[in-house]
Design a protein around this ligand. Structure first.
Ligand code: ADP
Ligand code: ADP
Ligand code: ZN
Length: 213
């Protein structure tokens, strides 16, 4: 099953993705995580992506679609993936639907998490991220211990692009380039518009119910 997790930055996609991917039995593919991993490893892709990420702009479509195509061809992804943070522009969405179709695959469902902007700002500025495994926490809503609950690392940091200044750029990019993706996906993929507010466990229950899991 191929499922797309859609929503503005900070809407809880990464938080929900872990249990959902496990339940679906498919890998969690997050373009932001792939870019950050490349940056940590010092690759050319990481350097290029970072020049956009640090100002809150989208990485160019051609670069992003190429890395997604590579990932979707890996053996563990052939029977399905949970895509988190992709597609994020109309050209990316058109490319994805075309690519899936020409590879005999399809997008089965879209989960769209709706969260009002005031809550988004509070979520992003309070977010803390494990720089080893990408797990996210929140200083108030999901406080991290001294070490990461997922991988044991003690490198739980604030992402550079989670600063108040960069967040504004990311929200602008969302409004200009990403919001239009949802109406396009809706035309051909079963789309579930879900309330992304409330307890993390309550949001999870809504997602599982929508997908009949
Ligand atoms: P996204 O992947 O969509 O950018 P995250 O999953 O990283 O979003 O969540 C953003 C921040 O909000 C994180 O700090 C996370 O711990 C927190 N968060 C996620 N879901 C909720 C929720 N239901 N209530 C409160 N905070 C949440
Ligand atoms: P968030 O958790 O706030 O939604 P992500 O980790 O998904 O953030 O993305 C961080 C940054 O990575 C984005 O601001 C953007 O620069 C880049 N990025 C991630 N996914 C995409 C994409 N599909 N297209 C272009 N840029 C992307
Ligand atoms: Zn970790």
């Amino acid at each position: 099953m191929n499922v797309l997790l859609f929503g503005p930055p900070g809407s809880g996609k990464g938080t929900q993705a872990k249990d959902l991917a496990e339940r679906l039995g498919v890998p969690h593919v997050a373009t932001g995580d792939i870019f950050r991993k490349n940056l940590r490893e010092g690759t050319a892709l990481g350097q290029l992506a970072n020049s956009f990420m640090k100002v809150g702009a989208l990485v160019p479509d051609s670069v992003t679609c190429d890395i997604v195509a590579d990932r979707l061809m890996q053996p563990d992804a052939l029977d399905g993936v949970l895509l988190d943070g992709f597609p994020r522009s109309v050209p990316q969405a058109e490319w994805l639907l075309g690519w899936l179709a020409s590879n005999g695959r399809r997008a089965d469902a879209v989960i769209s998490l709706e969260v009002p902007e005031a809550a988004i700002l509070e979520r992003i500025t309070g977010r803390r991220t494990c720089s080893q495994c990408g797990a996210t926490y929140h200083v108030v809503y999901n406080p991290p211990g001294a070490t990461c609950a997922k991988c044991g690392s003690n490198e739980i940091v604030q992402r550079k692009d989670d600063s108040a200044e960069v967040v504004q750029g990311r929200l602008t990019a969302y409004a200009r380039e990403t919001a239009a993706v949802l109406p396009l996906l809706r035309k051909s993929v079963a789309t579930h518009d879900l309330d992304g507010t409330g307890e993390i466990a309550a949001v999870k229950a809504r997602i599982f119910a929508a997908l009949k899991l």
